[in-house]
Design a protein around this ligand. Structure first.
Ligand SMILES: Nc1ncnc2c1ncn2[C@@H]1O[C@H](COP(=O)(O)OP(=O)(O)OP(=O)(O)O)[C@@H](O)[C@H]1O
Ligand SMILES: [Mg+2]
Length: 293
């Protein structure tokens, strides 16, 4: 038999990655492999944040945040409770505007447009920038309708196109096999981990460019967490992902870049391997080694 397939090294699983990052390589060959990884061509920028300040009434929660989020990569946002992680990512789709007296100043450029500018179309922005919350938030509708709703809102699609898109989103979210037979059942009847994957399916069904996830695994069990981490790995082929997490293992497993927040400031940002193995700031080191937070 003729051998046509090129031999290709199996790509590392999320667990392999975490082991490599949290337990740095020892041999010269291993260190070289990590260096090669760091020398991959720099990705383009998806979001440029310039001098972002955020206020809850008179209380300032973010101070002069500046960051460039790389496109088609996973960026982890880490830092102790109350440091401004959620506040920061909630600016990217202006979801904070649902509340009076929550206010942002500065610039947030998404693909060359400053989304903080007053003439931003919010419906369109929230299609471009999807969000997954800590607790799954299915709509009180059937599984099918949860996903079809956004598709109908944003696209002129025939019934069969809607069905195709719903199925596609559920397959991408690794939920299809579990729900294909019960699309007409209420979404609230799913388990917490399934509901969270449904919310991810709902977000990707409208083809956003950027997906924000605010501690998406903190309310679900380890098996469901592993499924969502695998899904994030797959998503970054097509989407830019920003993931807030308290779990250092998770940040090391799934992210390419990491931002460390502290008291409303971005203290350090860089490739995840560098932040975990060789942080420049002592506060970053203290946090990731568990000395506070
Ligand atoms: N709705 C609100 N009204 C007033 N202050 C708020 C509000 N939400 C957050 N804050 C304050 O803003 C700061 C940042 O909060 P934020 O929720 O962004 O932190 P976080 O890093 O996401 O924390 P956690 O890890 O606990 O989720 C905190 O001091 C918090 O008390
Ligand atoms: Mg938070």
């Amino acid at each position: 038999m003729e051998m046509t397939a090129r031999t290709r090294e199996p790509s590392p699983t999320p667990a392999d990655r975490a082991e490599r990052i949290l337990d740095p390589p020892q041999t010269a060959a291993e260190r070289r492999a990590v260096r090669h990884k760091l020398e991959e061509p720099a990705p383009t920028t998806k979001v440029s944040v310039r001098n972002l300040n955020f206020y809850y009434g008179n209380n300032q929660a973010l101070f002069d945040n500046n960051i460039d989020i790389p496109a088609l990569r996973v960026t982890a946002v880490i830092g102790p409770s109350g440091c401004g992680k959620s506040t920061h990512i909630r600016v990217y789709n202006r979801i904070y505007e649902l509340y009076r007296d929550h206010r942002a100043t500065g610039e947030v450029w998404v693909d060359g447009r400053d989304i903080l500018s007053p003439n931003t179309n919010l419906l369109e922005l929230r299609k471009r920038v999807g969000m997954i919350f800590q607790r799954p938030t299915p709509f009180p509708m059937t599984i099918f309708e949860n996903i079809a709703y956004g598709i109908r809102l944003h696209y002129r699609a025939s019934r069969s196109e809607v069905s195709d898109r719903v199925a596609h989103a559920l397959k991408l979210s690794a939920l299809w096999d579990e729900v294909a037979e019960k699309l007409d059942e209420p979404a609230t009847a799913l388990s917490g981990g399934q509901q969270q994957r449904l919310c991810i399916a709902r977000a990707i069904a409208v083809e956003p460019e950027l997906i924000l996830m605010d501690e998406p695994c903190s309310a679900i069990d380890p098996v469901a967490t592993a499924k969502i981490e695998e899904l994030i790995e797959v998503l970054k082929d097509d989407y830019t992902v920003v993931l807030v997490t308290h779990n250092m293992q998770q940040a090391a497993r799934v992210s390419d870049f990491t931002a460390f927040f502290y008291k409303g400031y971005i203290v350090e940002f860089g490739p995840t391997v560098e932040i975990f193995q060789n942080p420049k700031e002592k506060r970053t080191q203290d946090y990731i080694t568990g000395r506070f937070g």
